[in-house]
Write a protein that binds this ligand. Structure first.
Ligand SMILES: [Zn+2]
Length: 352
Protein backbone atom coordinates (compact mmCIF):
# COMPACT_ATOMS: atom_id res chain seq x y z
CA UNK A 1 0.00 0.00 0.00
CA UNK A 2 1.50 3.38 -0.86
CA UNK A 3 1.33 6.23 1.61
CA UNK A 4 -1.58 8.09 0.06
CA UNK A 5 -3.62 4.89 0.00
CA UNK A 6 -2.83 4.40 3.69
CA UNK A 7 -4.09 7.91 4.49
CA UNK A 8 -7.26 7.31 2.49
CA UNK A 9 -7.78 3.95 4.21
CA UNK A 10 -7.48 5.63 7.62
CA UNK A 11 -10.13 8.15 6.55
CA UNK A 12 -12.46 5.45 5.26
CA UNK A 13 -12.18 3.30 8.39
CA UNK A 14 -14.47 4.26 11.30
CA UNK A 15 -12.98 5.10 14.70
CA UNK A 16 -15.64 6.70 16.92
CA UNK A 17 -14.20 7.67 20.29
CA UNK A 18 -14.13 4.52 22.43
CA UNK A 19 -14.70 2.32 19.37
CA UNK A 20 -11.35 2.78 17.65
CA UNK A 21 -10.59 -0.90 17.09
CA UNK A 22 -11.18 -1.01 13.29
CA UNK A 23 -8.68 1.76 12.64
CA UNK A 24 -6.23 0.33 15.18
CA UNK A 25 -6.29 -2.99 13.31
CA UNK A 26 -5.39 -1.10 10.15
CA UNK A 27 -2.50 0.69 11.89
CA UNK A 28 -1.07 -2.57 13.24
CA UNK A 29 -1.36 -4.22 9.84
CA UNK A 30 0.32 -1.32 8.04
CA UNK A 31 3.16 -0.84 10.54
CA UNK A 32 4.17 -4.53 10.84
CA UNK A 33 6.64 -4.07 8.01
CA UNK A 34 8.38 -1.08 9.62
CA UNK A 35 8.20 -1.19 13.44
CA UNK A 36 10.50 -3.27 15.65
CA UNK A 37 7.61 -3.81 18.05
CA UNK A 38 3.87 -3.10 18.08
CA UNK A 39 1.82 -3.25 21.25
CA UNK A 40 -1.79 -2.54 22.06
CA UNK A 41 -2.26 -1.43 25.66
CA UNK A 42 -5.30 -2.05 27.84
CA UNK A 43 -6.75 1.35 27.00
CA UNK A 44 -6.58 0.60 23.27
CA UNK A 45 -3.60 2.73 22.25
CA UNK A 46 -1.45 1.16 19.54
CA UNK A 47 2.24 1.74 20.24
CA UNK A 48 4.68 1.19 17.37
CA UNK A 49 8.35 1.38 18.29
CA UNK A 50 11.75 1.55 16.63
CA UNK A 51 14.81 0.81 18.70
CA UNK A 52 12.70 0.09 21.82
CA UNK A 53 15.71 -0.87 23.96
CA UNK A 54 17.25 2.59 23.71
CA UNK A 55 17.28 4.38 27.09
CA UNK A 56 16.06 7.71 25.65
CA UNK A 57 12.60 7.72 24.14
CA UNK A 58 10.71 10.04 21.82
CA UNK A 59 6.95 9.68 21.53
CA UNK A 60 4.87 10.95 18.59
CA UNK A 61 1.13 10.98 19.22
CA UNK A 62 -1.62 11.16 16.61
CA UNK A 63 -5.10 10.47 17.90
CA UNK A 64 -7.07 7.93 15.93
CA UNK A 65 -10.51 8.60 17.38
CA UNK A 66 -13.10 10.70 15.60
CA UNK A 67 -16.17 12.56 16.85
CA UNK A 68 -19.39 10.58 16.53
CA UNK A 69 -22.96 10.12 17.73
CA UNK A 70 -24.24 7.57 20.21
CA UNK A 71 -27.74 6.08 20.07
CA UNK A 72 -29.50 6.90 23.35
CA UNK A 73 -33.13 6.15 22.49
CA UNK A 74 -35.10 4.30 19.84
CA UNK A 75 -38.57 5.74 19.39
CA UNK A 76 -41.73 3.66 18.97
CA UNK A 77 -41.77 4.56 15.28
CA UNK A 78 -38.19 3.34 14.79
CA UNK A 79 -36.15 6.56 14.78
CA UNK A 80 -32.79 6.73 16.55
CA UNK A 81 -32.18 9.65 18.89
CA UNK A 82 -28.56 10.40 19.62
CA UNK A 83 -26.09 12.15 21.90
CA UNK A 84 -22.84 13.74 20.77
CA UNK A 85 -19.66 11.74 21.32
CA UNK A 86 -17.10 14.54 21.34
CA UNK A 87 -17.64 18.12 20.19
CA UNK A 88 -19.84 17.55 17.17
CA UNK A 89 -21.20 20.63 15.39
CA UNK A 90 -24.95 20.00 15.56
CA UNK A 91 -25.54 22.80 13.07
CA UNK A 92 -24.09 20.66 10.27
CA UNK A 93 -25.89 17.43 11.12
CA UNK A 94 -29.19 18.16 9.44
CA UNK A 95 -29.73 16.01 6.36
CA UNK A 96 -26.28 14.46 6.71
CA UNK A 97 -25.65 10.90 5.62
CA UNK A 98 -24.48 8.81 8.57
CA UNK A 99 -23.38 5.25 9.17
CA UNK A 100 -24.43 3.39 12.31
CA UNK A 101 -21.74 0.90 13.32
CA UNK A 102 -23.56 -2.08 14.79
CA UNK A 103 -22.38 -5.46 16.01
CA UNK A 104 -23.57 -6.94 12.75
CA UNK A 105 -21.96 -4.34 10.54
CA UNK A 106 -22.61 -0.87 9.19
CA UNK A 107 -26.10 0.49 8.49
CA UNK A 108 -26.69 3.60 6.42
CA UNK A 109 -29.01 6.32 7.63
CA UNK A 110 -29.90 9.95 7.19
CA UNK A 111 -30.47 12.65 9.77
CA UNK A 112 -34.02 13.88 9.74
CA UNK A 113 -35.81 16.82 11.28
CA UNK A 114 -39.05 18.70 10.88
CA UNK A 115 -39.21 20.27 7.38
CA UNK A 116 -38.72 23.99 7.13
CA UNK A 117 -42.37 24.47 6.00
CA UNK A 118 -43.59 23.12 9.29
CA UNK A 119 -41.22 25.10 11.53
CA UNK A 120 -42.44 28.27 13.21
CA UNK A 121 -40.04 31.25 13.10
CA UNK A 122 -39.02 30.63 16.66
CA UNK A 123 -38.47 26.95 15.98
CA UNK A 124 -36.23 27.67 13.00
CA UNK A 125 -33.72 29.32 15.30
CA UNK A 126 -33.91 26.66 17.97
CA UNK A 127 -33.70 23.70 15.60
CA UNK A 128 -30.33 24.87 14.31
CA UNK A 129 -28.29 23.65 17.20
CA UNK A 130 -30.51 21.32 19.14
CA UNK A 131 -29.56 17.65 19.01
CA UNK A 132 -32.89 16.75 20.68
CA UNK A 133 -34.75 17.87 17.56
CA UNK A 134 -33.01 15.56 15.12
CA UNK A 135 -32.95 11.82 14.65
CA UNK A 136 -31.40 9.12 12.48
CA UNK A 137 -33.74 7.49 9.98
CA UNK A 138 -32.52 4.03 8.98
CA UNK A 139 -35.73 3.17 7.18
CA UNK A 140 -37.08 1.07 10.04
CA UNK A 141 -40.82 0.29 10.13
CA UNK A 142 -41.06 0.68 13.89
CA UNK A 143 -39.08 0.20 17.09
CA UNK A 144 -39.07 -3.58 16.83
CA UNK A 145 -37.75 -3.43 13.30
CA UNK A 146 -35.02 -0.93 14.28
CA UNK A 147 -33.99 -3.06 17.24
CA UNK A 148 -33.31 -6.01 14.95
CA UNK A 149 -30.31 -4.08 13.70
CA UNK A 150 -29.42 -1.34 16.17
CA UNK A 151 -29.12 -1.29 19.93
CA UNK A 152 -28.91 1.57 22.37
CA UNK A 153 -25.23 2.49 22.79
CA UNK A 154 -24.32 1.86 19.15
CA UNK A 155 -22.34 4.67 17.59
CA UNK A 156 -22.63 6.46 14.28
CA UNK A 157 -20.22 8.53 12.24
CA UNK A 158 -20.70 10.76 9.27
CA UNK A 159 -20.77 8.69 6.11
CA UNK A 160 -17.04 8.27 5.46
CA UNK A 161 -15.63 9.40 2.14
CA UNK A 162 -12.63 11.26 0.75
CA UNK A 163 -12.79 14.11 -1.75
CA UNK A 164 -9.81 15.57 -3.53
CA UNK A 165 -10.43 19.28 -4.01
CA UNK A 166 -8.43 21.66 -6.17
CA UNK A 167 -4.84 22.72 -5.49
CA UNK A 168 -3.81 19.74 -3.39
CA UNK A 169 -6.58 20.06 -0.83
CA UNK A 170 -8.39 17.07 0.62
CA UNK A 171 -11.79 16.98 2.31
CA UNK A 172 -13.06 14.18 4.55
CA UNK A 173 -14.73 13.64 7.89
CA UNK A 174 -12.16 12.75 10.54
CA UNK A 175 -9.16 14.54 9.04
CA UNK A 176 -9.07 15.43 12.75
CA UNK A 177 -6.94 13.61 13.48
CA UNK A 178 -6.23 10.93 10.94
CA UNK A 179 -3.79 13.30 9.26
CA UNK A 180 -1.87 13.54 12.54
CA UNK A 181 -1.98 9.79 13.02
CA UNK A 182 -0.73 9.39 9.45
CA UNK A 183 2.17 11.81 10.09
CA UNK A 184 3.27 9.90 13.22
CA UNK A 185 3.25 6.57 11.38
CA UNK A 186 4.99 7.94 8.28
CA UNK A 187 7.77 9.42 10.43
CA UNK A 188 8.35 6.00 11.97
CA UNK A 189 8.32 4.34 8.56
CA UNK A 190 10.90 6.77 7.18
CA UNK A 191 13.05 6.57 10.33
CA UNK A 192 13.11 2.76 10.11
CA UNK A 193 15.75 3.15 7.40
CA UNK A 194 17.90 5.53 9.43
CA UNK A 195 20.29 5.33 12.38
CA UNK A 196 18.63 6.63 15.53
CA UNK A 197 20.11 7.62 18.88
CA UNK A 198 16.73 7.25 20.56
CA UNK A 199 13.85 4.84 20.76
CA UNK A 200 11.03 6.17 18.59
CA UNK A 201 7.43 5.50 19.64
CA UNK A 202 4.66 6.37 17.20
CA UNK A 203 1.40 6.08 19.10
CA UNK A 204 -2.11 5.91 17.70
CA UNK A 205 -3.85 7.35 20.75
CA UNK A 206 -7.50 6.78 21.67
CA UNK A 207 -10.16 9.03 23.21
CA UNK A 208 -8.58 12.41 22.54
CA UNK A 209 -11.97 13.89 21.74
CA UNK A 210 -13.34 13.24 25.22
CA UNK A 211 -10.41 14.49 27.31
CA UNK A 212 -7.00 13.64 25.83
CA UNK A 213 -7.16 10.32 27.60
CA UNK A 214 -5.17 7.90 25.41
CA UNK A 215 -2.16 10.21 25.39
CA UNK A 216 -2.29 10.33 29.16
CA UNK A 217 -2.18 6.55 29.60
CA UNK A 218 0.28 5.83 26.78
CA UNK A 219 2.72 8.55 27.90
CA UNK A 220 2.66 7.06 31.38
CA UNK A 221 3.32 3.60 29.99
CA UNK A 222 6.09 4.62 27.60
CA UNK A 223 7.71 7.18 29.92
CA UNK A 224 9.28 9.22 27.10
CA UNK A 225 11.75 12.07 27.41
CA UNK A 226 10.16 13.95 24.49
CA UNK A 227 6.50 13.80 23.43
CA UNK A 228 5.11 15.52 20.36
CA UNK A 229 1.40 15.66 19.52
CA UNK A 230 0.46 15.99 15.87
CA UNK A 231 -3.08 17.25 15.49
CA UNK A 232 -5.15 19.52 13.30
CA UNK A 233 -5.27 23.23 14.08
CA UNK A 234 -7.80 25.87 13.03
CA UNK A 235 -7.02 27.52 9.72
CA UNK A 236 -7.99 31.19 9.45
CA UNK A 237 -8.02 31.45 5.66
CA UNK A 238 -11.75 30.96 5.19
CA UNK A 239 -14.49 33.57 5.64
CA UNK A 240 -15.49 34.15 9.23
CA UNK A 241 -11.99 34.79 10.54
CA UNK A 242 -11.80 38.53 10.00
CA UNK A 243 -10.31 39.15 13.43
CA UNK A 244 -7.18 41.02 12.40
CA UNK A 245 -5.53 40.23 15.72
CA UNK A 246 -5.65 36.44 15.28
CA UNK A 247 -2.41 34.79 14.17
CA UNK A 248 -2.95 33.86 10.52
CA UNK A 249 -2.91 30.16 9.71
CA UNK A 250 -3.19 29.16 6.06
CA UNK A 251 -3.68 25.85 4.37
CA UNK A 252 -0.61 24.91 2.35
CA UNK A 253 1.69 27.36 4.16
CA UNK A 254 3.22 24.57 6.23
CA UNK A 255 2.40 22.91 9.53
CA UNK A 256 2.30 24.97 12.70
CA UNK A 257 4.87 24.68 15.45
CA UNK A 258 3.25 25.64 18.74
CA UNK A 259 4.86 28.05 21.20
CA UNK A 260 3.90 28.69 24.81
CA UNK A 261 3.93 27.10 28.25
CA UNK A 262 2.82 23.72 26.94
CA UNK A 263 5.93 23.55 24.79
CA UNK A 264 9.48 22.64 25.78
CA UNK A 265 11.77 25.42 24.49
CA UNK A 266 14.55 23.06 23.37
CA UNK A 267 12.19 20.88 21.33
CA UNK A 268 10.50 23.96 19.87
CA UNK A 269 13.84 25.41 18.76
CA UNK A 270 14.97 22.11 17.29
CA UNK A 271 11.70 21.75 15.37
CA UNK A 272 12.17 25.22 13.86
CA UNK A 273 15.78 24.34 12.98
CA UNK A 274 14.59 21.11 11.37
CA UNK A 275 12.08 23.10 9.30
CA UNK A 276 14.85 25.42 8.11
CA UNK A 277 17.29 22.57 7.37
CA UNK A 278 14.68 20.69 5.33
CA UNK A 279 13.54 23.92 3.64
CA UNK A 280 10.03 23.28 4.95
CA UNK A 281 7.64 26.19 5.34
CA UNK A 282 6.08 26.39 8.80
CA UNK A 283 3.81 28.71 10.78
CA UNK A 284 4.04 29.67 14.43
CA UNK A 285 1.05 28.97 16.67
CA UNK A 286 1.32 30.97 19.89
CA UNK A 287 -0.77 29.38 22.63
CA UNK A 288 -0.98 30.94 26.06
CA UNK A 289 -2.69 28.04 27.78
CA UNK A 290 -2.27 24.27 27.87
CA UNK A 291 -3.28 23.00 24.44
CA UNK A 292 -6.57 21.27 23.66
CA UNK A 293 -4.76 18.26 22.26
CA UNK A 294 -2.55 15.35 23.34
CA UNK A 295 0.44 17.63 24.08
CA UNK A 296 -1.49 18.77 27.14
CA UNK A 297 -1.55 15.46 29.00
CA UNK A 298 1.79 14.25 27.61
CA UNK A 299 3.61 17.22 29.15
CA UNK A 300 2.47 16.40 32.68
CA UNK A 301 2.82 12.62 32.52
CA UNK A 302 4.85 11.13 35.39
CA UNK A 303 7.70 13.54 36.26
CA UNK A 304 7.11 15.72 33.19
CA UNK A 305 7.91 15.34 29.51
CA UNK A 306 9.53 17.72 27.01
CA UNK A 307 6.35 18.31 25.02
CA UNK A 308 5.68 19.96 21.68
CA UNK A 309 2.88 20.18 19.13
CA UNK A 310 2.78 20.18 15.36
CA UNK A 311 -0.47 21.39 13.80
CA UNK A 312 -1.95 20.57 10.42
CA UNK A 313 -4.12 23.53 9.36
CA UNK A 314 -7.76 22.47 9.03
CA UNK A 315 -10.92 24.25 7.88
CA UNK A 316 -14.43 23.43 9.19
CA UNK A 317 -13.15 21.33 12.10
CA UNK A 318 -15.56 18.78 13.59
CA UNK A 319 -17.81 18.80 10.54
CA UNK A 320 -18.07 16.28 7.71
CA UNK A 321 -16.43 18.81 5.40
CA UNK A 322 -13.04 19.25 7.09
CA UNK A 323 -10.35 20.39 4.65
CA UNK A 324 -6.55 20.04 4.86
CA UNK A 325 -3.67 20.41 2.39
CA UNK A 326 -1.48 17.43 1.45
CA UNK A 327 1.51 19.78 1.40
CA UNK A 328 1.21 20.58 5.11
CA UNK A 329 1.12 16.86 5.90
CA UNK A 330 4.25 16.22 3.81
CA UNK A 331 6.17 19.09 5.39
CA UNK A 332 5.23 17.96 8.91
CA UNK A 333 6.67 14.54 8.10
CA UNK A 334 9.91 16.04 6.75
CA UNK A 335 10.37 18.26 9.82
CA UNK A 336 9.75 15.44 12.29
CA UNK A 337 12.03 12.94 10.53
CA UNK A 338 14.81 15.52 10.64
CA UNK A 339 14.09 16.29 14.29
CA UNK A 340 14.18 12.66 15.40
CA UNK A 341 17.38 11.89 13.51
CA UNK A 342 19.12 15.05 14.71
CA UNK A 343 18.98 14.07 18.39
CA UNK A 344 22.50 13.18 19.57
CA UNK A 345 23.66 11.67 22.87
CA UNK A 346 24.57 15.24 23.88
CA UNK A 347 21.12 16.74 23.29
CA UNK A 348 19.78 18.02 26.60
CA UNK A 349 16.07 18.80 26.61
CA UNK A 350 15.97 20.37 30.08
CA UNK A 351 15.02 24.05 29.86
CA UNK A 352 18.13 25.79 31.27
ZN1 LIG B 1 -7.96 16.35 17.16
Amino acid sequence: MDSKDFLHSLLLTPSPTGHEQPVQRLVRQRMKAYADSIETDLHGNVICALNPKAPRKVMLAGHCDQIALMVRHISSDGYLYVSALGGIDVGVLHAARVTVHTERGPIEGVIGRKPIHAQSGDERDKTKNDIERIWIDIGAKDKKDAEKRVKIGDVATFHLSVLDLGNGLISAPGLDDKVGLFVAMEVLRLCSKKKLNVGLYAVSTVQEEVGLRGAQTSAYGINPEVGIAIDVTHATDNPGNENAKATPCKLGAGPTIAAGPNINPVVERMLRDSAKKTKSAFQIAPTTRPLGNDANTIQVARGGVAAAAIGIPNRYMHTQAEVCAYRDVELAIAILVHFVTSITPKTDFRPM
